[in-house]
Design a protein around this ligand. Structure first.
Ligand code: PMM
Length: 292
């Protein structure tokens, strides 16, 4: 499988799992909303995540929680662009992704210094988004989501074979990206844990990451960090207190074949990733070590 190489970061190669650190600059994200008082404070926090081992910083200006109010593109851009510019002005050498479903925000973020568009809707929310990615030669993360993000995504949740169905639907999004002109080596897929999925679906998708990767033929990013299904399993109500459950999920994801993980507690999870990567290398047959 052709790995994705972006700004010195390799996703899906024979090396270790890539770590994407979350830098949400929303007032209401479910686990870390409203944390930063200024763009430069957010940028300093981002640089600390890079020092702690993040290969990619994922800057997001719109909460994806089910009950979140939609944000206008101009407001979202006003949140994220100063942070991306401040990161680059401060010499941030890590890859930067913009977590958005909007073409306008993606375009402006790429112009401001981002390298990757992380779209939880897989390019299906805004018909222009994939064209923006193609025109700018950017990398895109295509997340799986039926319907629209936010309110409504937890209605009508029904899968018969969740891994096969998510795989087929992601394959269709990859085809859409290629039709828009995105090179195959610029595409990463994500099963969209928690996005219109129940606990059992999230667990099956984690266990099925290797099958999903093989079915779609692209590197896989996965984001279990602090999500509600971990709260359901443990009874831990506060998202920020779910980093141990996140560590278990991240380990399972890596052993199942993930190429990249999206996490909030970067320093702690980088240590977890090191152990999981070593375990994966020691697995019989060395599955998913770039040979698949
Ligand atoms: N989850 C959230 C936001 N963005 N992006 C990708 N690629 N994968 C995810 O699972 C994902 C995402 C929701 O979590 P947050 O509110 O803590 O950012």
């Amino acid at each position: 499988m052709e790995p994705v190489v972006v700004n010195g970061v390799t996703i899906g190669g024979a090396g270790g799992t890539c770590v994407m650190g979350v830098l949400n600059v929303t007032p209401d994200s479910f686990s870390d909303g409203g944390r930063y008082v200024s763009p430069s404070a957010a940028a300093m926090a981002g640089l600390a995540l890079v020092r702690a081992g993040a290969h990619i910083l994922d800057v997001g200006g719109e909460s994806t929680r089910p009950d979140a109010a939609p944000v206008a593109a101009a407001d979202e851009a006003a949140r994220v662009l100063p942070v991306i510019r401040a990161l680059r002005a401060a010499g941030c050498a890590a890859a930067i992704s913009i977590d958005t479903v909007k073409a306008e925000v993606a375009d402006a973020a790429l112009a401001a210094g981002a390298d990757i568009v992380n779209d939880v809707a897989g390019g299906a929310h805004d018909p222009d988004l994939l064209r923006v990615v193609a025109r700018r030669g950017a990398v895109v993360v295509l997340g799986h989501l039926r319907g629209a993000p936010g309110a409504g995504m937890m209605k009508d949740v029904a899968f018969v074979d969740v891994v096969a169905e998510v795989g087929d639907e992601l394959w269709a999004r990859v085809a859409a990206a290629r039709a828009a002109g995105v090179a195959p080596g610029r595409i990463v897929i994500d099963p969209g844990l928690g996005f219109g999925k129940l606990l059992e679906h999230n667990l099956a998708l984690i266990q099925g990451l290797g099958a999903l990767r093989a079915r779609v033929g692209r590197p896989v990013l996965v984001g279990p960090s602090r999500k509600r299904f971990l709260g359901e399993l443990t009874g831990i109500a506060e998202p920020a207190a779910r980093d141990f459950p996140t560590a278990a999920a991240i380990t399972a994801c890596i052993l199942a074949g993930a190429d990249a993980v999206r996490v909030h507690a970067v320093a702690e999870l980088v240590a977890v990733v090191k152990v999981a990567d070593a375990l994966r290398k020691a697995a019989p047959g060395h599955a998913y070590q770039g040979a698949a």
